[in-house]
Each structure stands twice: as C-alpha cells, then as structure tokens.
Design a binder for this molecule. Structure first.
Ligand SMILES: C[S@@+](CC[C@H](N)C(=O)[O-])C[C@H]1O[C@@H](n2cnc3c(N)ncnc32)[C@H](O)[C@@H]1O
Length: 247
C-alpha cells in the first residue's frame, strides 16, 4: 500500500502497482467485469485487429492475443504500460497516449474491434473520443465497452443533478487513493454514440452470477443495483454520413 493518503488520482502512475495487484484478486473483476465484457465481444476474434483502449495492466490484451487477435494496447500511464509489457513478454503492441487528444497516429479504419474496460468515464471530451473511435474503426466494426452506470453513480455520490456533466470525487480504499472521473447521463452517452455513427447492438445491466457469492457484499449490491453498463456498438457508415450532414 502507498502511504500518500489524500492525493487525488487522475493519473494511474500513482496507484499502478497497488491497483494492478489488487484487481487480480478481486472477485468483482475476475468473476464479473472481465467475463461480462468478454461475453459481448464478437464471437470469433481470431485474426481481427483489436485495440484495447485504456489497457491498464494488460489482462484483456493478453486474452485477446491468446484468442488469435492482432492486438494494440493504449494507455496514458507509463507504469500501467510497464506492468502490461511484463505480462505480455515479447509481444510488442503497447502505445502511450492520452484519449483527450486526437488519435492521429492511427489511420482510418485501422481496427475491427475496440474494447475498453472501465476507461471511458475518465475522459472529458467524449465528442472527440467517439468521433476518433469511429474514424479508426472499420465499417461494421465494434466498439465494446464497460462504464460506470450513470444513474447508480449519481445515487451513490449523491450528485446534485443527474443531467449535468460533473467531475466525481471518489475514494478507493483498496488502493487508499482519491480518484476522479466524469459523470454523464445515459442520454448523453447514447446521443454522442449515435452522433459518431454508432448503433447500439447490445446493452446490458447484468446481475452477478452465483459464483460471485464468494464475495457476499459485492454480490448483494450487484444483485440489486447495476453498478456497470456493458455496451456493444457497431460503426454504421450510413448513420455517420447522415449525422455529418445534419451537423
Ligand atoms: C480502471 S483502469 C482499467 C484498466 C483496464 N482496462 C482494465 O480493465 O484492467 C483505467 C485505465 O484507464 C487509463 N486512462 C485513464 N485516463 C486515460 C486517458 N485520458 N488516456 C488514456 N488512458 C487513460 C488509466 O491509465 C488506467 O490504466
């Protein structure tokens, strides 16, 4: 554990070691977040070009490589990338970049699938992000992601107004750090995805499976409140063209 209580984490470099170690043992990750996201990926990933957006310590990169995908992992945190590289051995596919800026180093239609686990809520400029993700995805490619559930987030953090975009201040006892991320309404998420040319194919607020009962507190919460949303959205070139025409 680090001793710097009370610092605010917008940069995972501060918590990289503790965070990466903790999530490997957390039933929330191993029995819920990871399997749920993997279950909404396109069925046959072999040979597909996949971007792991905000890859962190590289668990998804590693799984995707094992499934035969051609993988690129992107993250802002140098330390998280270092941990990911250790996991991946000599598979060189990691890029350091900030999702608040254009992803100009990727060319149009470079990927067939973009996967992103619990990352998008850290990004302020969703309009730019979604339009860049749409640009770098092939037509009919999939953006598959998990994100905090906006309604439950607003309830837990007692936000003044659900509809406002606000920076949420959270505290994570497992890594003893304050963390910040952005809250937005569900309507904003769906509208901005549509504007960037995405149609939602799968949208789930899953309940936990029985295996998560080994962690009764987490099970009880998740059985009653959908803390996370899981979304699979398809790039639809016709929708993108009409959205561009409408401005
Ligand atoms: C909750 S962790 C998730 C890591 C990984 N996807 C997983 O599920 O194991 C969030 C990750 O997003 C990255 N991140 C946050 N803001 C970012 C940004 N603006 N650009 C790129 N990566 C960012 C962090 O460095 C961190 O690795």
């Amino acid at each position: 554990m680090n001793n710097n209580k009370n610092y605010r984490v917008t940069d995972y470099d501060f918590i990289a070691d503790d965070y990466s170690e903790t999530i490997e043992k957390q039933p929330l990750q191993t029995l819920f977040l990871r399997p749920q996201l993997m279950s909404i990926l396109p069925k046959n990933i072999e040979g597909l070009r996949v971007l792991d957006l905000g890859c962190g310590s590289g668990w998804y990169c590693n799984q995707l490589i094992k499934l035969g995908a051609d993988v690129v992992g992107l993250d802002l945190s140098e330390k998280m990338l270092h941990i990911a590289q250790n996991r991946l051995g000599n598979y060189n596919c990691l890029i350091r970049a900030n999702l608040e800026y254009p992803l100009s180093f990727f060319h149009d239609c470079q990927f067939d699938v973009i996967l992103s686990s619990c990352v998008i809520h850290y990004v302020k400029n969703w309009q730019l992000l979604f339009s860049e993700l749409s640009r770098i995805l092939a037509n009919n490619g999939f953006l598959v992601f998990s994100i905090h559930h906006p309604h439950i987030e607003s309830e837990i953090h007692d936000l003044d107004n659900y509809y406002d975009m606000v920076l949420v201040n959270d505290y994570w006892p497992t890594v003893d750090a304050k963390v910040t991320y952005y809250h937005r309404s569900l309507e904003q998420l769906i509208r901005l995805l549509g504007k960037a040319g995405f149609t939602i194919e799968q949208f789930s607020e899953p309940k936990p499976g029985k295996s998560l009962k080994i962690s009764p507190e987490i099970y009880e919460v998740l059985a009653k409140k959908p803390m996370f949303l899981f979304v699979s959205a398809k790039k639809n070139i016709n929708l993108l063209c009409s959205s561009l025409k409408d401005g």
